[in-house]
Design a protein around this ligand. Structure first.
Ligand SMILES: Cc1cc2nc3c(=O)[nH]c(=O)nc-3n(C[C@H](O)[C@H](O)[C@H](O)COP(=O)(O)O)c2cc1C
Length: 161
């Protein structure tokens, strides 16, 4: 069995697209995080909702994506960069599992801010995991660049497990 899991949250589809490409190239299993109440698709309203949740460290209840991670050795974790940090549903996921001994590979999409604090925060939440170099995309990353990155972390077209 392929022991790779690709977990992501995406509101507008950018992070989902990157997750799909990673799954395609690694043959991993995709898992979308869906919060009980989704955010507004209107940018300014979403910023207000997100700012409120992040300031409280709020972890929304997930109605999908919270199954066991026991079967997986490597977990790609994807989020949009929201106010320099990860989307709250991703924090919910991190807080509700034990990542001891697993390899974690972050990925994010953003509007210019790169990872922001996302990698540092994942590292804090998963102190007993090996965190590998992630990838941050503002939409211009080609499949070949993703292949090169995946190869550097032990995957890639020829390294499928
Ligand atoms: C509420 C909100 C906050 C955002 N904050 C940032 C930010 O701080 N820095 C940044 O570079 N992009 C920011 N963005 C842009 C998103 O990271 C970017 O559009 C991302 O690709 C969206 O991912 P998605 O399509 O998977 O939802 C923000 C977008 C939203 C909706």
């Amino acid at each position: 069995m392929n022991k790779t899991l690709i977990v992501y949250y995406s509101l507008f589809g950018n992070t989902e697209e990157l997750a799909f490409e990673i799954a395609e190239q690694t043959d991993g299993t995709l898992r979308e995080l869906i919060p009980e109440e989704n955010y507004s698709f209107e940018y300014n309203t979403a910023v207000k909702e997100v700012r409120n949740q992040i300031s409280r460290g709020f972890c929304p209840k997930l109605i999908s994506g919270n199954e066991s991670i026991d079967d997986y050795e490597t977990i790609f974790i994807g989020s949009p960069n929201w106010l320099k940090t990860m989307a709250p549903p991703v924090l919910s996921f991190l807080k509700s599992h034990d990542f001891m001994g697993k390899k974690i590979i972050p990925f994010c999409t953003h509007g210019g801010g790169g990872f922001g604090r996302i990698t540092d925060e994942i590292t804090e939440e998963c102190p007993k995991s090996k965190i590998l170099t992630g990838i941050a995309s503002s939409g211009s990353i080609s499949p070949e660049e993703i292949t090169a990155w995946l190869t550097s972390v032990g995957y890639g077209e020829k390294a499928k497990k």
